[in-house]
Design a protein around this ligand. Structure first.
Ligand code: NAD
Length: 332
């Protein structure tokens, strides 16, 4: 029960790597959501009474899958499908790699075809991946699924901040997102780092996906652990265009990832430049606190959008919505 006396929303986490584990920790002290299900590549776990983050993280770290946790865990070759069939979670955060670039859309289709109804939230990054999700709008709507896309940090928190900042202006000239990420070692966030490498000159999603861990390490050795990224294909552009704020060519995303130091190499920020109704040009800047980690800035918003999605779902609103269209709700 939440402190308001309503039953806690039962939620699951798909993918139990860096973000999935952080998501479990983010949920642990919250009253309004109860974490009941998780899946990774080799197994899944479900307990309607709630899961313990520390135990799940320990078994994943030691044995490589939550499926090994006794007695609720199960090993599986098709963990997501098996979990969908067994769990009664009302919503899921998809902390899955989008490798290949069609993976997340395939997962969404799996849910739609299973007969499950509820809310799904992703932290998808690429514009072309989100376009696939938007193309599933009718199918997800007909299935009774409320799908919230682009609900991490960028896209996500920063895109939503841009949508709010835009309200001061009559016309938006540019939205410039610059992120700084510091992580102690790249292996804690393999998919994130591979997907970032895919934005570097000479790389694409398929090439980054095919790289062995040793190849990723060799690349990071050459750059001293730093990935400097500019003009990334990031769905913030599509989301702000769909929200009617500006055309996508006015949105740029770039940043620096330090894979050897948890300190951020620069402060993550979004700058929204526009013209007011009086004809003045100005820039609003929203800067994230340097102490906030990537995990905090992705998982917090993801659950905020999951709560918002659940409230829409309970009112019968299905289909695909982006983080720039809906306000996240704070999960107590
Ligand atoms: P990770 O590599 O640390 O973990 C991935 C997890 O997914 C692992 O537990 C793995 O076992 C599981 N998995 C892989 N294939 C699976 C399958 N077929 N079925 C079930 N589980 C499977 O990943 P990460 O670094 O935590 O990143 C997750 C995603 O979050 C990435 O796509 C990344 O781009 C995205 N991300 C978004 C933002 C944002 O701000 N929007 C920021 C960071 C990361």
């Amino acid at each position: 029960m939440s402190e308001l006396g309503n039953p806690a929303m039962k939620v699951g986490i798909l993918g139990f790597g860096g973000l999935g584990q952080a998501a479990a920790r983010v949920l642990a002290p919250r009253q309004e959501m109860s974490w009941v299900a998780a899946a990774d590549q080799k197994g899944y776990i479900y307990d309607p009474a709630g899961l313990d983050a520390d135990r799940c993280i320990a078994v994943y770290r030691d044995r490589g899958s939550v499926g090994y946790l006794e007695p609720q865990g199960h090993l599986s070759q098709d963990s997501i499908q098996d979990l969908i069939e067994r769990s009664n979670a009302e919503g899921y955060f998809l902390a899955l790699p989008n490798l290949p670039n069609t993976f997340m859309a395939d997962v969404a289709r799996k849910f739609a075809r299973s007969g499950w109804r509820g809310v799904l939230v992703d932290a998808l990054k690429r514009t072309s991946a989100m376009e696939q999700m938007l193309a599933l709008k009718d199918e997800l709507q007909a299935a009774g699924i409320t799908y919230m896309t682009g609900c991490g940090a960028t896209p996500g928190l920063l895109t939503a901040a841009a949508a709010i900042a835009a309200q001061s202006y009559a016309e938006i000239h540019s939205v410039k997102i610059t992120f700084g990420v510091g992580i102690a070692n790249w292996e804690a966030y393999r998919a994130t780092i591979r997907e970032d490498i895919a934005h570097m000159p000479g790389y694409d999603v398929e090439r980054a996906r095919a790289m062995s861990d040793a190849e990723v390490e060799a690349l990071l050795d050459k750059t001293n652990g730093i990935l400097a990224l500019e003009n990334m294909e990031h769905a913030d552009d599509l989301m702000l265009e769909l929200a009617g704020i500006c055309s996508r060519d006015r949105v740029t995303v770039g940043g620096v990832v330090d894979t050897r130091n948890p300190k951020k190499p620069l402060s993550t920020n979004v700058q929204v430049t526009g013209r007011t109704f009086e004809g003045k040009t100005s820039t609003h800047t929203f800067t994230l606190g340097d102490e906030t980690s990537m995990a905090a800035n992705v998982c917090g918003p993801a659950f905020g959008y999951l709560k918002a999605g659940i409230s829409l779902h309970r009112r019968g609103m299905y289909g695909v919505l982006t983080a720039a269209e809906v306000m996240p709700q704070f999960v107590r």
